[in-house]
Ligand binder design. Structure first.
Ligand SMILES: [Zn+2]
Ligand SMILES: [Zn+2]
Length: 430
């Protein structure tokens, strides 16, 4: 028998409890909402779910564990915990560390503290019973929760080989992944592809440009001519778009590609839980995976559209690509295992080139134009013919570049700043 599909509310992204048969979906009782009616959607359709650790209430659950069925439990009088746990529990990285180390008492401490039940030994006992009822019949194995909105962890270009290798190891390991990643074949293919991958690190300005361009990307027919390398891993300098994607990989298959988007995990953790997570999972958690065929028409709103926009911008020479300096230690590690030295390509906006159509090259009107800064010109995509007989169409980003002296600092235009989801960074000083 398969369990009923887990649902969450599309408005507040909170997992929903079920009542009765056929099921009615309700917000968890302890959840403070603005009074909206729950809008149930299957969890598998959401990139992000506002789940909490079922042991301690931590807002960054990391693993799903399967154990004893706990239907409903109430603890405490006022503002206590009322929850419908089911047989799958979410565990945060800290609770998981204690569970792995056999320190269930520490897990109970966290729950007692979170519920403010410090001086009530009987409440502590009840929580312990509840945890043990689940853990004593726990099934071995665990599934990485890929829908938790972790605070961002910046990844530097020089760290990419390490980040890539940990991700590869995770794909080959025994911890489970949900949904589209479930098949071992797919995981193996993606891991092999990552081993072969070219690594790209997108700098701050190119990330700004790419995010802005990605939001407007039209439908694109994905073809071999679009990808900058056969297999690749691409990391942006910060999370991009409302999906908060930080990285993406593409793996060539016989008839297309596996495209995977990733978020960073572990932000805000410290000590042993952070170390374990880095060792056992790494820095990246897959958010969305799909297989697309050659010449598949990828809709502009697709999760991988941000990746496709980056391919196109790199392919149309908007990018200046240099090689990152890597630590000696990394090169030595690779040499020891007979792997070729890893190369990380750093993608920046190409300097000294203006592809503005000639008709627009005249100085724009307006006396307020700054002359000592470069500034963004908001661009747009245009489908251009290419290929044999110019029968194919490919979007080309028009006006993606900066105007102003090449060596001048880049000033963010109003247009781009409005679309940015983070604070504008301070300007560079010479
Ligand atoms: Zn809701
Ligand atoms: Zn926890």
């Amino acid at each position: 028998m398969t369990a009923p599909e887990e649902m969450a509310c599309q408005v507040c992204l909170s997992p929903l409890n079920t009542l009765g048969v056929p099921p009615t979906y309700v917000h968890p009782i302890q959840l403070a909402t603005d009074g909206h009616e729950p809008v149930p959607v299957p969890v598998r359709q959401l990139d992000t779910v506002q789940r909490r650790c079922d042991f301690c209430g931590d807002p960054y659950p990391t693993w799903t564990l399967v154990g004893g069925e706990i239907a409903a439990v109430a603890i405490g009088a006022a503002g206590g915990l009322v929850q419908n746990f089911g047989q799958a529990w979410a565990a945060c990285a800290t609770c998981q560390t204690y569970i792995d180390d056999g320190r269930n008492d520490k897990v109970v401490d966290r729950a007692v503290q979170a519920l403010g039940l410090g001086n009530r030994p009987e409440a502590r006992e009840r929580i312990e019973q509840l945890h043990l009822a689940f853990l004593n019949v726990r099934v071995s194995g665990r599934t990485l929760i890929t829908t938790t909105a972790w605070p961002a962890t910046p990844i530097a270009a020089r760290d990419l080989p390490k980040v890539r290798d940990r991700l590869t190891r995770f794909y080959r390991g025994r911890d489970n992944l949900p949904f589209a990643f479930a098949s071992n074949d797919v995981r193996q293919q993606i891991a092999d592809g990552l081993d072969r991958s070219r690594m790209y690190w997108i700098d701050d300005d190119f990330t700004d440009l790419g995010e802005y361009a990605a939001e407007k990307l039209p439908d694109v027919a994905v073809g071999r001519n679009l990808t900058p390398s056969t297999d690749g891993l691409l990391v942006w300098s910060r999370p991009v778009t409302r999906r908060q994607i930080t990285a993406a990989s593409w793996t060539v298959t016989g008839d297309g590609w596996h495209l995977v988007t990733y978020r960073t995990i572990g932000g805000g953790l410290h000590g042993t839980p952070l170390q374990r997570l880095r060792e056992q999972v790494g820095w990246l958690a897959p958010m969305h995976a799909g297989h697309v065929h050659e010449q598949h028409l990828l809709p502009g709103g697709h999760p991988a559209a941000t990746l496709v926009a980056a391919w196109l911008l790199i392919g149309q020479q908007a990018a200046q690509i240099t090689t990152a300096d890597l630590d000696k230690a990394v090169r030595k590690t690779y040499a020891r295992t007979n792997r070729p030295a890893p190369e990380v390509r750093v993608v920046r906006i190409r300097a000294g080139r203006d592809t503005t159509p000639p008709s627009r090259r005249s100085t724009p009107a307006g006396p307020e134009r700054p002359t000592n800064n470069r500034f963004w010109v908001s661009g747009h995509w245009r489908n251009q013919p290419y290929g044999p007989g110019r029968t194919l169409r490919r979007p080309v980003y028009i006006n993606p570049f900066l105007r102003g002296p090449d060596d001048a600092p880049i000033k963010l235009s109003t247009t781009v700043r409005m679309l940015k989801s983070h604070k504008p960074k301070p300007e560079d000083h010479d």
